[in-house]
Design a protein around this ligand. Structure first.
Ligand SMILES: CC(C)(COP(=O)(O)OP(=O)(O)OC[C@H]1O[C@@H](n2cnc3c(N)ncnc32)[C@H](O)[C@@H]1O)[C@@H](O)C(=O)NCCC(=O)NCCS
Ligand SMILES: Nc1ncnc2c1ncn2[C@@H]1O[C@H](COP(=O)(O)OP(=O)(O)OP(=O)(O)O)[C@@H](O)[C@H]1O
Length: 202
């Protein structure tokens, strides 16, 4: 029976980057962001609930969710963010739990990549928590660059989450992703070795 690792961090701190490194060890990763996209596809009940709460103008002409528009609303307004979370999170949690239970028996470790693991009180889903951490200025720079955001929009997104340092303080292990990908890869290898998930020579 595999150990369930909760992978979290701040927005753009490098969770997807570290997820890809876990996969190199054949450790399966279930990504909450991917699940959260699936549950709002056209025809899904969560999309209908979002339209009820935010109006039909939250849809693109083809009936799919206008993600940049919804993001520009909810990252600036905590009440609206809570309304969206209340619609999407229960469905995501149910699907993450099912994926975890399906994968756990066949693998030495399973990773649940959950950005809001702490904020959403989802610690009960996992056995250990790994936080991917970066300094604030690196996070801001990478976020602005990756999402092509203004500084203010990037600051709003960062402020909508628990401070990364608080997450790091609560983690079982912290991966420092300020340096190169190779530095990060080496830290993951050390961690998986010390938790007896891989052998040192791997
Ligand atoms: C607001 C939405 C439409 C914006 O979509 P967009 O494509 O721009 O961003 P994406 O989904 O790729 O998320 C990027 C990152 O934003 C952060 N984030 C997303 N939603 C939230 C939220 N509700 N609160 C705080 N941070 C969030 C996470 O770090 C996530 O990794 C989308 O993020 C969404 O539907 N969010 C609600 C669901 C959710 O909480 N997802 C996070 C994991 S369950
Ligand atoms: N060690 C690194 N050196 C340079 N760039 C990096 C490094 N790690 C990640 N990045 C870049 O920083 C950005 C954020 O990384 P990534 O997408 O992995 O973060 P994330 O935590 O998964 O983000 P989100 O919370 O939005 O899902 C990406 O553009 C990625 O290519």
């Amino acid at each position: 029976m595999g150990i369930v690792i909760g992978l979290t961090g701040g927005i753009a701190s490098g969770k997807s980057t570290v997820s890809a490194l876990f996969k190199e060890y054949d450790i399966p990763v279930v990504d909450a962001d991917v699940v959260a996209r699936e549950v709002v596809e056209p025809g899904e009940p969560a999309l209908a609930a979002i339209v009820d709460a935010f109006g039909a103008e939250i849809l693109l002409p083809d009936g799919t969710l206008d993600r940049p528009k919804l993001g520009s609303i909810i990252f600036r307004d905590s009440g609206k963010r809570e309304a969206l979370n209340g619609i999407v999170h229960p469905v995501v949690r149910e699907k993450m739990t099912a994926a975890r239970d399906r994968l756990k028996p066949g693998h030495p470790a399973v990773v649940l990549d959950i950005p809001l693991l702490f904020e959403g009180d989802q610690l009960h889903l996992v056995d250990k928590v790994v936080v991917v951490s970066v300094d604030f200025d690196v996070q801001l720079e990478r976020l602005m660059h990756r999402n092509n955001l203004t500084e203010q929009a990037a600051l709003d997104r960062i402020a909508s989450q628990m401070p990364l340092a608080d997450k790091a303080a609560k983690a079982d292990a912290v991966i420092d992703n300020n340096g190169s990908i190779d530095d990060t890869k080496e830290q993951l290898k050390q961690l998986l070795t010390s938790w007896n998930i891989i052998e040192g020579a791997h």
